[in-house]
Design a protein around this ligand. Structure first.
Ligand code: MF3
Ligand code: CO
Ligand code: CO
Length: 289
């Protein structure tokens, strides 16, 4: 048990009473009321938040670079190289590379690939393709994670709608976050409602996640669910929202040969957008913007 005059557990160097004491008392009260509350490891310190923000500058920069260069005829391996070199030359490390054995520096997921597509010289972007590029960046041990959709040439109206609705799902999820006054389930409910109202389906096997000191941390952030359920959202939590929305059924399978690539079972299109987010005292900040 920390005393009021001890140094705070967060490493700020401040006395507990001047730092997280009030915060901890608020959480304790909520817990007594039956609320699921975050663990201390989910609450980032100011120093960690600064580090994650710097990492996110590179993460955004590499996606901006890709948006300038992506075009018909390019292989997904070229996208990988661009991002890899950009990250290294800015002092970062592409965090996906060798993560649980992943062979490349980011994920490129084309058309009916839901996520975790492996960049390849043999995947050449063609007119009408839709592509998700998803990168996680490690800068000095701090991680940021975001992804965007890209349209190659002229894409179908249906594909465009899927991309737009998926982006709206991300932002509806973000808007559902109210510090001390919302829950993980509110995010999922907002995403699911918007996707399904538009005739699309939500992938359930993968979700957002805590991020910052590792690629994937607790909590898991489902993109479906019930309002008012799950952990309460409080200042200092850093996590992603990254809805994967299918134009057909929500069923997916993982490629047996590479062990990574996730496909829609019915071959329908899938889209995804992702941001790294910080819950603040007054709202939510999009760190990867
Ligand atoms: N960036 C992905 C995410 O949003 C993680 C990819 S892990 C990899 O969670 F190994 F597939 F690269
Ligand atoms: Co990602
Ligand atoms: Co992520």
């Amino acid at each position: 048990m920390l005393n009021r005059n001890d140094k705070c557990w967060c490493g700020s160097g401040l006395k507990y009473k001047q730092c997280h004491l009030e915060f901890d008392e608020k959480l304790k009260k909520l817990k007594h009321q039956g609320c699921v509350v975050p663990t201390r490891s989910m609450i980032k310190t100011n120093k960690q938040i600064e580090g994650i923000k710097k990492s996110a500058v590179i993460n955004k920069g590499l996606l901006d670079l890709i948006s300038e260069h992506i075009r018909e005829g390019m292989s997904t391996d070229e996208i990988n190289s661009l991002a890899h070199d950009y990250t290294i030359s800015h002092g970062g490390i592409p965090a996906d590379l060798n993560y649980n054995g992943f062979p490349k520096s980011l994920c490129t997921s084309v058309n009916n690939v839901v996520c975790h597509g492996i960049p390849s010289k043999n995947v050449i972007l063609k007119n009408g393709d839709i592509v998700n590029v998803d990168a996680t960046t490690n800068l000095h041990g701090y991680y940021s994670d975001s992804s965007r959709m890209f349209e190659i040439g002229n894409v179908s109206e249906k594909a465009k709608k899927l991309i737009d609705v998926t982006k709206e799902c991300l932002y509806k999820g973000i808007e559902a976050v109210k510090p001390w006054n919302s829950f993980l389930g509110d995010i999922g409910a907002a995403v699911q409602e918007h996707a399904e109202n538009n005739g699309f389906s939500v992938v359930r096997e993968f979700g957002g996640h805590g991020v910052g000191l590792k690629i994937h941390e607790d909590p898991f952030v489902p993109h479906f669910g019930r309002k008012g359920s799950g952990m309460i959202l409080v200042p200092g939590i850093v996590f992603t929202i990254e809805p994967m929305i299918n134009s057909g059924s929500r069923e997916i399978y993982i490629d047996k040969d590479d062990g990574w690539t996730v496909f829609t079972t019915d071959g329908s299109l899938s889209a995804q957008w992702e941001h790294t987010l910080l819950v603040t005292e007054t709202g939510i900040e999009i760190i990867s913007k």
